[in-house]
Design a protein around this ligand. Structure first.
Ligand SMILES: NC(=O)c1ccc[n+]([C@@H]2O[C@H](COP(=O)([O-])OP(=O)(O)OC[C@H]3O[C@@H](n4cnc5c(N)ncnc54)[C@H](O)[C@@H]3O)[C@@H](O)[C@H]2O)c1
Length: 267
């Protein structure tokens, strides 16, 4: 029997606790709303202290307040992920608050849903600036903070549209496809530092980002028809997959894209 293991199968004695995040210092960008807010609160429920970053500082403060009410430590930091200097400054604030960083979740995303023939080149770039450049900035600035620790987790928010196509998603799907590839490259580069880098790929979840679709009955029904589970996801349903990728439960998982899509891409 290996030392420190529960039995001859080599299971760690605390195998039932490998999803716990007690004592972890996590940073969630996009924590003011939607999936980022759910992940920040979910991580606190699993024992982590969480820095809430967002361009919407007031919203980030509200999430941070909820986390402190749960008995965990939290702080809110304003950041515009499109702007490298802003991200660098937030990394300094983060380090002085946290001392170290164990988990980085890069969530902010926007969309401009239009047919390519109607989409302005400026709109195309607006989406790439947040969804792709923002993730590169944050993975670089916050990932660097984890290198001296010799461990860490980076989780990037992709989408099913990083893997499959849909009309009116030229900018969004391009950005998310690139996030998938960026995640794979970062997984290779961070592997020697024992930092795992993975992506989450949700289908539609009921958040402010998809209000335009939820308010258009025909569009909403067209989307739901494509989901074998026949519905949108609820924000809390991103927490389990996000906890898995942040925790010891995924210690040998890197460079993957975890689909959270109610079966959309299986059909
Ligand atoms: N909701 C869905 O159906 C869905 C599906 C697949 C993927 N996603 C992805 O999940 C992520 C979160 O989406 P959501 O639905 O929670 O959206 P949301 O609009 O509810 O939240 C996005 C958050 O990002 C912040 N943000 C926007 N631009 C920013 C910037 N420049 N700098 C810092 N923060 C910024 C916003 O203030 C907001 O708090 C996005 O990357 C999105 O593409 C969402």
């Amino acid at each position: 029997m290996t030392e420190g293991t529960a039995d001859a199968a080599g299971l760690p004695e605390d195998i039932a606790r490998i999803f716990r995040l007690d004592g972890q210092r996590a940073v969630v960008t996009g924590a003011a709303s939607g999936l980022g807010k759910a992940i920040a609160l979910g991580y606190a429920s699993f024992g982590a202290d969480v820095a809430c970053l967002d361009i919407d500082l007031e919203g980030a403060r509200e999430t941070a307040k909820k986390i402190t009410e749960m008995g965990r430590e939290s702080t809110a930091i304003g950041v515009d992920v499109r702007d490298w200097e802003s991200v660098r400054a937030s990394a300094e604030d983060l380090l002085s608050w946290a001392g170290r960083v164990d988990v980085v979740v890069n969530v902010p995303g926007i969309n401009r849903r239009k047919p390519a023939l109607e989409l302005e080149p400026e709109e195309f770039m607006e989406v790439l600036d947040v969804n792709l450049k923002g993730i590169f900035h944050c993975a670089k600035a916050f990932g660097e903070l984890m290198v001296p620790n010799g461990h860490g987790k980076i989780i990037n928010m992709a989408s099913i549209f990083g893997l499959v196509a849909m009309e009116r998603q030229a900018a969004y799907a391009s950005s998310k496809g690139a996030v998938v590839q960026l995640t794979r490259v970062l997984a290779l580069e961070f592997a020697p530092h024992n930092i795992q880098v993975n992506a989450l790929a949700p289908a539609y979840f009921a958040t402010p980002l998809v209000r335009q679709i939820m308010e258009d009955r025909e569009w909403y029904e067209d989307v739901v028809r494509r989901v074998p589970q026949g519905r949108f996801g609820e924000a809390w349903e991103i927490v389990g997959p996000a906890v898995f990728l942040a925790s010891r439960a995924s210690s040998f998982v890197t460079g993957t894209v975890l689909l959270v899509d109610g079966g959309w891409t299986a059909a």
